[in-house]
Design a protein around this ligand. Structure first.
Ligand SMILES: Nc1nc2c(ncn2[C@@H]2O[C@H](COP(=O)(O)OP(=O)(O)OP(=O)(O)O)[C@@H](O)[C@H]2O)c(=O)[nH]1
Ligand SMILES: [Mg+2]
Length: 223
């Protein structure tokens, strides 16, 4: 005789939502600490090799925040980027995520005891090179900057929209390579505008120095 089936209740565990809520709590505490110390914090996002560390190096070299700038570096492995920043006599902490594809607020909180926030006006946090996961995790920053390079293709905003959605600025870097690529800056601008109509795009090359002053001005106006 066939057994009558009683359907079981399906239990859904929303791990991602729980993770986000826990992260947001720690991010709020980070933000309070940054505000108490009057430090502007910039989350620097972008794909691997886009030019994030080069932009931070150019910022440190400018001397505009001499003695008042700090950096947190996020990478899966190595302290390569932190060593580049330390070579410029800038306080830096390297976070190794050990495989994690993004920084989260807890990782940043764990780096803060190593930072003298009271001595800083500007803290740049270089996130793990990735156009997807870092977008979903608030670190307590006040500004988000997406670094995109002319070597990546103009359609990246259309393909990875989430990271552009909450950005305050897009730095389009490696413009010195424009002549050697099929990158279409107008198509790039259209894709960005489709996501956030008024999101500014700043063209820049760390190789030639073009646009670096405009970037420093943008940052100065916000620190
Ligand atoms: N031609 C050119 N090359 C650049 C420019 N900016 C950075 N690069 C080069 O691009 C490569 C990657 O630069 P990084 O600054 O290390 O990039 P990143 O985004 O920090 O890389 P990850 O931290 O590994 O994700 C290096 O070889 C840089 O010298 C630029 O404006 N023009
Ligand atoms: Mg880097």
């Amino acid at each position: 005789m066939e057994r009558t089936m009683q359907p079981r209740e399906v239990k859904v565990i929303s791990v991602f939502q729980d993770l986000r809520a826990a992260n947001d709590q720690i991010a709020a505490a980070n933000r309070a600490a940054f505000e108490a110390a009057a430090v502007r914090v910039v989350n620097v996002l972008g794909s691997p090799g886009a030019g994030k560390t080069s932009l931070i190096e150019a910022t440190a070299r400018s001397g505009r925040w001499a003695g008042r700038i700090g950096v947190i570096e996020g990478d899966l492995a190595t302290a390569n980027d932190a060593q580049r920043i330390a070579a410029l006599d800038v306080p830096v902490v390297q976070i190794n995520t050990g495989g994690g594809c993004h920084l989260n607020a807890k990782m940043v909180a764990s780096a803060l005891p190593e930072m003298d926030l009271g001595a800083l006006d500007l803290l740049l946090i270089e996130n793990v090179g990735n156009l997807v996961c870092p977008a979903s995790f608030d670190l307590g920053e006040s500004l988000r900057v997406v670094v995109s390079s002319t070597a990546e293709g103009a359609d990246k905003p259309a393909k990875y929209p989430v990271i552009f959605r909450d950005a305050d600025l897009v730095v389009l870097t490696k413009t010195d390579l424009l002549a050697h690529t099929d990158f279409d800056p107008q198509a790039f601008a259209r894709h960005v505008a489709d996501i956030q109509a008024d999101l500014p795009i700043l063209h820049l090359s760390c190789r030639s120095g073009t646009g670096v002053d405009a970037w420093l001005d943008w940052l100065s106006q916000r620190t």
